[in-house]
Design a binder for this molecule. Structure first.
Ligand SMILES: [Zn+2]
Ligand SMILES: [Zn+2]
Length: 649
C-alpha cells in the first residue's frame, strides 16, 4: 500500500511512501526516511503530480499515540490554498519540530491549583454570557463588544470555564503585546492556575511541552499569539479572539496571513463557536454584524460605573513656537491632575528623538542607504537609525560647505517630548514607555512596578501603551499631535486612527470619575476627530464603510498584493509588467499596477507592486497560484504574495 506523507518543510506537495504494512489513517504522525535523515511527517490526503519515476521508500514507523485530527488536515489544506503558501510550512506551524515527539518530555505539569478569587458578574455581563451560551457545539461567530473597563474578559473567562468543565479545549488569541504578566495574573486569579502561553519567543522546550500537552488533550487552555491558531488540538471546543480589531493579527513576514480571519475558518472546520472580543470592532467585523453574519452583544456600562473620560481639542497652531510641542493650555490641564497625585500620559507615536535630520548649512538629509526612509535620531544611542532595516549610523558627516554638518533635529519623537516634559515639570518623575526602553523583561517589569506603585507621575508613550494596559492612577492622556491626514498609501489609515484613539482614551479613568483626553492638533476642525470625541466611533465606521464601497475597497471586494522585489529597480518593474501579462489570462480579476511601492527600497531591495482585485466570495487563489508556479521567473526577482493586504507600503 502507498501512503501520502506531508513533511513540515517548504514543499507544496506530499511525498509518496510505502506504508510498510502499517495500518495508517489520515492525520497519523509517521517517521519516514528523507534524504539522509529521518523526518516526522503526517499521513495526508492527496496525491502528488509527476512522481512516477522516483523510488518509493518505506515508512519507518508510526509515531505511536500521536495523530492530528482530520479537521486540522483539511484546515491546513484550505489555509495554504487561501494564503497561497506552502502546506508543508503551514504543517510546520501546526506540529513543530520532530523533537517534540521523539524526546522524552515530562508532562506532569507544575500546575498546582491555587485559590481563586470570587468574581460576580453584573447584570449586563450576565446577559452577555447568556447570549454567548446560546450556541454550542456548532460553528457560530459572535462578537462581544464592550467599552474598555466593562469587564468583557470576565465574561469570556466564564465561557471558557464551561468548555473546560466538559473536558474540551479552549484557545484564546491575543495580540502578542498583550501576553503580559498582568493578563497572566488576572487569568490565574480566575482559574487558579497559569495558562499555557504560546508565542514566537517561548523556549523550544516550552514549545515541546505545550505541543505534547495539546495533542494528548492534557492541556485544556492555551493563550497565544497568532500562530497558536494552528496548534494540534484534539478536542477544541471554543476559540476567543480578544482585541479582534488589532492590526497585529496580520502576520506580514514569512507565512503571511491574518490570524483573526484564519481563526474564524479554523472554528468553521472544527464546527465550534468563536467569540470576537473588542471595544470597537474592525471594519470587516462591523460589516459582518450589519449583515447579520455575526451575532453581536454589547456591554455598555463600565464595570465600576465610572464615566468615560472628557475630551478636549487644543489647537496647536496658535501656540506654534519652534520645536515646542506642548501648549500652555495643555500644561494648565495637566497640572490639575499632577496636583492630585494622579498620572498623566503624553502620547506620541514616534520612537526616538526626531524623525528627520537636515543639515542647516548644506541641506544634507540623513537617509537610509538600504531603504527609501529618513533615519530617525535616537538620543539614547546617539545614532541615526532606520526603523525598517535597523541600520545605525553615526550622525557626524562631512559638510559640503565646510567642517561637519550641523543637523537640525526636525519633528517630534518620544525622546524629544521627554526632554520638553522634564523642562516643564521639573519636580515630577517622568518615564518613557517605548519598545526601545523595554527591550529586557526586567526593565519592563521594573517600569510596570513603578507605575503601579505610583512612583511615576508622567509617562511618555508610543503606540505600545495604547494596548490593554491597566494603570489605575492614569487619569489624563495628552495626544501630542492627533493627525488624521494619513499618508495616502494606507487604505486603513482612518480605521487605524479610530482604533488607536479609542484605545488610548480607554487607558484613562479606569478607576476615577474625573478623567480627561486632550487632543493637540493642527487641524482642530477635522471631522473624524470631532466625531470621535463625541464618542461616535461606530458612526465613523459606518461612514468609512460607505467610502470603501464607493471606492471598491474591502470588505466589498477582495485584494491580493503581489510584491516583486529585486536588487535593481528596472528588473522589479520589468518583472511586474511580465507577470501582469500572464495574470490577464485569469477571468474575473482586475489587475492594478504595476506601481513602485511608496517605500520603493527596503533592505536594499527595490519593490514594485501589483494589486489584484476581485469580487468577494470568489476563491481565485488556486488559479493564481497555478499560474505563478507555471511561470519561469528570473532568479533576479523575488515574488511575495499577500492575500488581504493590510499594509500597502
Ligand atoms: Zn533601512
Ligand atoms: Zn552639511
Amino acid at each position: 500500500m502507498k501512503a501520502q506523507v506531508l513533511l513540515p518543510k517548504i514543499f507544496n506537495f506530499s511525498f509518496t511512501y510505502n506504508s510498510n504494512n502499517i495500518s495508517l489513517k489520515i492525520g497519523d504522525l509517521v517517521e519516514v526516511p528523507f534524504g539522509k535523515s529521518k523526518e516526522i511527517g503526517v499521513v495526508w490526503t492527496h496525491k502528488p503530480k509527476d512522481f512516477k519515476d522516483i523510488k518509493i521508500k518505506k515508512i519507518n514507523k508510526k509515531v505511536e499515540k500521536y495523530s492530528i485530527n482530520k479537521s486540522l488536515v483539511e484546515f491546513i489544506d484550505w489555509f495554504s490554498t487561501y494564503n497561497m503558501t506552502s502546506p508543508g510550512l503551514t504543517l510546520k506551524m501546526a506540529i513543530g519540530s520532530k523533537d517534540s515527539y521523539t524526546k522524552k518530555i515530562d508532562l506532569s505539569l507544575k500546575n498546582q491549583k491555587k485559590n481563586t478569587k470570587k468574581y460576580k458578574l453584573n447584570k449586563e455581563q450576565m446577559k452577555a454570557l447568556e447570549y454567548l451560551d446560546l450556541v454550542n457545539n456548532k460553528f457560530d461567530v459572535s462578537v462581544l463588544q464592550g467599552t474598555t473597563g466593562s469587564g468583557k474578559t470576565l465574561v469570556y473567562f466564564e465561557r471558557i470555564k464551561k468548555i473546560i468543565d466538559k473536558n474540551k479545549q479552549a484557545l484564546v488569541l491575543l495580540p502578542e503585546i498583550f501576553l503580559t504578566n498582568e493578563f497572566k495574573s488576572r487569568f490565574e486569579n480566575f482559574f487558579g492556575y497559569q495558562p499555557a502561553i504560546w508565542h514566537s519567543k517561548i523556549t523550544p522546550k516550552n514549545k515541546r511541552i505545550i505541543w505534547k500537552g495539546i495533542i494528548e488533550n492534557k492541556i485544556h487552555l492555551v493563550v497565544g499569539a497568532r500562530s497558536a491558531l494552528l496548534l494540534p488540538f484534539k478536542n477544541l471546543g471554543l476559540i476567543v479572539v480578544d482585541e479582534e480589531h488589532d492590526v497585529s493579527y496580520k502576520q506580514d513576514e514569512g507565512v503571511i496571513y491574518n490570524a483573526r480571519d484564519m481563526a474564524i475558518s479554523r472554528a468553521s472546520f472544527e464546527k465550534i463557536p468563536i467569540h470576537l472580543v473588542t471595544s470597537i470592532p474592525s471594519i470587516e467585523t462591523y460589516n459582518n454584524i450589519q449583515n447579520k453574519k455575526f451575532r453581536h452583544v454589547k456591554i455598555v456600562k463600565r464595570f465600576n460605573d465610572y464615566p468615560l473620560p472628557k475630551t478636549k481639542i487644543i489647537n496647536l497652531n496658535i501656540n506654534k513656537i519652534k520645536d515646542k510641542f506642548i501648549s500652555d493650555e495643555t500644561i494648565r490641564h495637566v497640572n490639575i491632575f499632577l496636583k492630585k497625585k494622579e498620572q498623566v500620559l503624553f502620547f506620541i507615536n514616534r520612537r526616538g528623538f526626531a524623525p528627520y535630520l537636515i543639515c542647516q548649512k548644506c541641506g544634507f538629509k540623513q537617509v537610509c542607504s538600504n531603504c527609501s526612509m529618513y533615519l530617525t535620531f535616537h538620543k539614547k544611542k546617539n545614532k541615526a537609525i532606520c526603523h525598517h532595516c535597523s541600520l545605525e549610523r553615526r550622525i557626524k558627516n562631512k559638510c559640503k560647505e565646510e567642517g561637519d554638518c550641523n543637523f537640525i533635529m526636525y519633528g517630534p519623537g518620544v525622546e524629544k517630548i521627554f526632554d520638553e516634559v522634564q523642562k516643564i515639570f521639573p519636580d515630577n518623575k517622568v518615564e518613557i514607555f517605548s519598545s526601545d526602553y523595554m527591550k529586557k523583561k526586567k526593565q519592563t517589569e521594573a517600569l510596570f512596578n513603578k507605575i503601579n506603585n505610583n512612583e511615576v507621575d508622567i509617562l511618555i508613550g508610543t503606540q505600545m501603551i495604547s494596548k490593554g494596559f491597566n494603570f489605575p492612577k492614569l487619569n489624563c492622556v495628552v495626544v501630542i499631535d492627533a493627525d488624521f491626514s494619513g499618508r495616502g498609501y494606507d487604505l486603513r489609515t482612518t480605521e487605524k486612527n479610530i482604533q488607536l484613539y479609542h484605545q488610548l482614551s480607554g487607558r484613562a479613568g479606569r478607576f476615577s470619575s474625573e478623567s480627561l483626553i486632550i487632543y493637540q492638533t493642527l487641524n482642530p476642525k477635522d471631522s473624524t476627530l470631532n466625531e470621535l470625541i463625541k464618542n461616535k466611533s461606530e458612526q465613523l465606521l459606518k461612514t468609512e464603510l460607505l467610502t470603501r464601497k464607493k471606492n471598491k475597497l474591502p470588505p466589498f471586494v477582495r485584494l491580493i498584493a503581489i510584491i516583486i522585489s529585486s536588487d535593481r529597480h528596472d528588473l522589479s518593474m520589468k518583472g511586474a509588467k511580465e507577470i501582469k501579462i500572464h495574470l490577464k489570462k485569469i477571468n474575473n480579476i482586475e489587475i492594478l499596477g504595476p506601481v513602485d511601492s511608496p517605500l520603493l527600497k527596503i533592505k536594499k531591495k527595490f519593490r514594485s507592486r501589483l494589486l489584484l482585485r476581485f469580487r468577494s466570495g470568489v476563491l481565485v487563489q488556486k488559479k493564481i497560484a497555478n499560474l505563478l508556479n507555471s511561470l519561469k521567473i528570473s532568479s533576479k526577482i523575488k515574488l511575495t504574495v499577500d492575500v488581504d493586504p493590510v499594509n500597502f507600503s
